[in-house]
Design a protein around this ligand. Structure first.
Ligand code: KG4
Ligand code: ZN
Length: 348
């Protein structure tokens, strides 16, 4: 298959990002540039992303970020085959900024527009980095999502289970806030946990031990864990590192238990797959302790595991460019009137 060059734009949360990726399915592809401008400092005083601040910041800096991405890739807009942008799900103001900018560039340069699902971006990253073949089992763990899916194609996902309440990253962020750790919470909790005793505080592990065949056997729930952390903090005198370690251990147990069930389902559904692979994606996949636990699990079940490097787990535009490239390679493009979507599930 021919090689394609795609410009990607990501503005669905608090990272303003643009990237140029070259390649063809199934990957791996080549990342010619990957510019991520994190708005962390702007949101840190509020302990979370403020949507209005995010969309304004995207609007102010996106042009420059795109220019840098093209310059670093040593190309101009005329050299790309398509312009891809996140069209959802995410904070609608930010999505509008990125998608509208992509439309303007596509129109001006007479290039096709590809409207990319942000979750597909996370899901397909392991093809960009490692050329993982379909089908594969996907654990998608980010700030807004916590799901297990069978990925069968760039546009084809079968949902095995998802969270009934909070997402995994959300649980990290809320726990960080409760423990007085800085925003963003995930990396701060991981750092504190590395210095703590995970056995110090017994915390609940909702739904743990349910069989895959039972109701909610592949569902996640984190709100009870979050409440338990709050109650722990309210008792006073809590050791932050020990609490962070105890929390992270509970999350690991939950992710391992659910994923273990999903491995069985995947084997049942795709018995012919010769090198079954577990892919972990999304911001929480940047967590080394979680990655190690899931690696042990996958190996014990004779699955390969692929976890993108941390910079490609958290939000970036290389994954958006690649997801756009995967669809473009099969002749897909989207109408210029494609609307931004606050919600946009991966499964049909
Ligand atoms: O994928 P992502 O960058 O944005 C969304 O699409 O949501 O994920 C962000 C989430 C945040 O909740 C953040 O706290 C979490 O990923 N995260 C982590 C780590 N790095 C980022 N969670 C745990 N450990 C980490 N090292
Ligand atoms: Zn994301």
């Amino acid at each position: 298959m021919d090689n394609f060059t795609v410009l990607g734009i990501e503005t669905s949360c608090d990272e303003t990002a643009a990237a140029v990726v070259r390649g063809a399915p199934p990957g791996p592809g080549e990342i010619l540039s990957n510019i991520v401008f994190s708005q962390n400092e702007a949101h840190a005083p509020y302990g979370g992303v403020v949507p209005e601040i995010a969309s304004r910041a995207h609007l102010e800096i996106l042009d420059g970020v795109i220019e840098r991405a093209l310059a670093q890739a040593n190309i101009t807009l005329a050299d790309v085959d398509a312009v891809a942008a996140t069209a959802g799900p995410g904070l609608i103001g930010g999505v509008m900024v990125g998608l509208t900018t992509a439309k303007a560039l596509a129109l001006a340069a007479n290039k096709p527009l590809i409207a990319v699902n942000h979750l597909a971006g996370h899901a397909l990253t392991a093809r960009l980095t490692d050329g993982v073949a379909f089908p594969f089992l996907l654990l998608l763990v980010s700030g807004g999502h916590c799901q297990l899916l069978a990925a069968q194609g760039p546009n084809s996902f079968q949902l095995y289970g998802s969270t009934m309440d909070d997402a995994a990253g959300e649980a990290f962020d809320k726990t960080a806030k409760l423990l007085g750790l800085p925003y963003p919470g995930g990396p701060a909790v991981e750092e504190a946990a590395a210095h703590g005793n995970a056995k110090r505080y017994p915390l609940p592990r909702p739904l743990l031990g349910r069989a895959a065949s039972e109701g909610n056997g592949l569902a996640f729930s984190f709100s009870g864990l979050k409440t338990a952390v709050r109650q722990l903090v309210e008792t006073g005198g809590v050791n932050v590192n020990d609490a962070a370690a105890s929390f992270q251990a509970a999350v690991i147990d939950i992710l391992r238990d659910r994923t273990n069930n999903a491995l069985s389902l995947f084997q049942r559904d795709f018995p012919q797959t010769d090198a079954p692979t577990l892919v972990v994606a999304g911001g929480v996949a940047a967590n080394i302790a979680i990655g190690s636990a899931l690696t042990l699990l996958a190996e014990s079940r004779n699955f390969r595991i692929r976890i993108p490097p941390p910079k490609l787990c958290t939000d970036n535009a290389a994954m958006i460019a690649w997801a756009g490239l995967e669809r473009f390679a099969f002749g897909a493009s989207d109408p210029i009137g494609f609307g931004p979507r606050a919600r946009w599930p991966l499964e049909p």
